[in-house]
Design a protein around this ligand. Structure first.
Ligand SMILES: [Zn+2]
Length: 479
């Protein structure tokens, strides 16, 4: 007898969306079959009539339980919401796996990154999440600043140990990695079969614009898009792409923000470079014009929200395949912290977004008829699993895959209020957003963790994931 059968739903499987029943055994998908063919008995029978059954959401970009720089928070010892809260919000939002970061992100001037071994830092983050996470989790490793030869020498070992992706910054004070070091890092990551996650902005443009706007008395937070601007993204993306081409390195551009970034990725993919782009869901809705509103910079995540034609290019990129994933850059604080800084150098990055990504993306792109259900599953789950080395264990409703599933009710329309959300926070930039459809059940490895607004998982459920990127993803655009 199967542990669970989900029947009557429209299942978005790798072969396409169809009316199918899904049988689950021992945490994995045991069978996917024509409706009504699995027999009448199971440990639990779930009626998904009228529902869409997607692979559980994969959130490839979060910053959970880390110190907020004093520059942003206005005071010391502020921490973004802890794993218990972030993964609770994730579970409610249909997310079953997230990728956070290990390694330290030193963005306060004068602060320098720790030199502890990579795997020691990964182990510390595993310990911070183990027993505290409702969802499965993994970590990119941040190589911040002028990375030492000793640290670069540990990249191969880390990849062997399941840490498949490395994050670098081309701006942000002490976090910025100089190009020479990047060249070396790319060679090592490429040689050992890992992939780079890149925050690309042109540091010279950014610092020049900061100084210019300060000099001219125009350093208000609502001018952030003039600092972290379109030409900066254009130049930085193309420089990274050249370095990647010379070193045959796979690139995952986090938070693409500008039409120039989308175009750079599309051109590289056309030339068969293994390049992938991520869009944040707040960039699909808001524009820099919204910065002008009261508490307008609450919507801000770095680099910066750009113009209406950039927003359109991001949506189009997700629809036409130039971009591959949606993410949130989850970085949840309370409103007093988020709104503490109000200049181009002090506005706090990030927002509490992990819970809203699926319904917002569905509303913006599926409900408007711009993308198919299959494409939705790709940009919210499967592609992140493929690019970052978790497929087909994660990201697929297929026999043998982990039974990570979100049951989505396309007819449940919801105008979001703070009461609908489950983060440790007292504001949401999505308050008032009208969702077309909403997740109603989340299943992690065969266990129902959220059902009809009730949390039934626990913080011991989440497991760390060892990742390995498939060769096909690193050889050419593999999704
Ligand atoms: Zn980030």
């Amino acid at each position: 007898m199967l542990d669970m059968i989900i029947r009557g739903g429209q299942v978005v499987a790798p072969e396409g969306a169809a009316d199918l029943d899904v049988g689950i055994q021992d945490g994995r998908i045991a069978v996917v079959a024509a409706p009504g063919t699995l027999g009448g008995e199971a440990g639990r029978m779930i009626d998904a009539t009228g529902m869409i059954v997607f692979p559980g959401g994969i959130e490839p970009h979060t910053h959970i339980g880390i110190p907020v720089p004093k520059l942003w928070a206005g005071r010391s010892e502020v921490i973004t919401q802890p794993p218990e809260a972030a993964t609770r919000a994730a579970a409610y939002g249909g997310v079953t796996t997230l990728i956070d970061f290990a390694g330290n992100l030193a963005i306060t001037p004068g602060e320098s990154p720790t030199t502890d071994p990579i795997m020691k830092q990964v182990e510390e983050r595993r310990e911070a999440f183990a027993g505290h996470s409702y969802t499965d989790f993994a970590f990119h490793f941040i190589l911040a600043g002028a990375t030492s030869p000793a640290t670069i020498g540990q990249i191969g070992e880390a990849i062997q140990n399941g840490v498949a992706s490395f994050k670098i910054f081309t701006t942000f004070n002490a976090a910025r990695t100089p190009y020479g070091h990047l060249w070396e890092i790319f060679q090592q990551v490429s040689h050992h079969g890992g992939i780079m996650a890149v925050h690309a902005e042109d540091n010279d443009i950014v610092t020049y614009m900061e100084e210019k706007l300060k000099r001219e008395g125009r350093d208000q937070g609502y001018n952030l898009h003039l600092v972290h601007n379109n030409i900066s993204e254009d130049i930085a993306f193309r420089q990274i792409l050249r370095l990647a081409k010379h070193t045959e390195t796979g690139i995952y551009f986090v938070h693409t923000t500008a039409k120039e970034g989308v175009a750079a990725i599309a051109e590289a993919r056309l030339q068969q470079q293994p390049v992938y782009g991520e869009a944040l869901h707040n960039y699909l809705e808001f524009t820099c014009e919204d910065y002008q509103k009261p508490i307008g910079t609450a919507i801000h995540t770095y680099p910066a929200i750009k113009y209406p034609d950039d927003r359109d290019a991001l949506q189009e990129g997700l629809a036409d395949g130039s971009l591959c994933t949606t993410a949130t850059d989850e970085y949840t604080t309370y409103k007093d912290v988020k709104m503490s800084g109000n200049t181009i150098e002090t506005v706090c990055g990030g927002h509490n977004g992990i819970e809203t990504r699926l319904p917002v993306t569905y509303t913006k792109l599926v409900a408007t008829g711009r993308i198919s259900l299959e494409r939705f599953a790709a940009i919210t789950s499967s592609n992140a699993a493929k690019i970052l080395g978790m497929y087909p264990q994660k990201g697929a409703i297929a026999v043998g895959s982990d039974a990570d599933i979100v049951v989505y009710d396309p007819n449940l329309n919801k105008k979001l209020t703070l009461d609908d959300l489950h983060a440790d926070s007292d504001y949401s930039i999505w308050e008032g957003f009208e969702c077309q459809g909403y997740p109603v059940m989340t299943i992690l490895r065969g266990k129902v963790i959220v059902e009809d607004g009730k949390l039934s998982g626990n913080t011991a459920d989440g497991q760390w994931l060892s990742r390995k990127v498939a060769p096909g993803i690193l050889a050419r655009p593999g999704c």
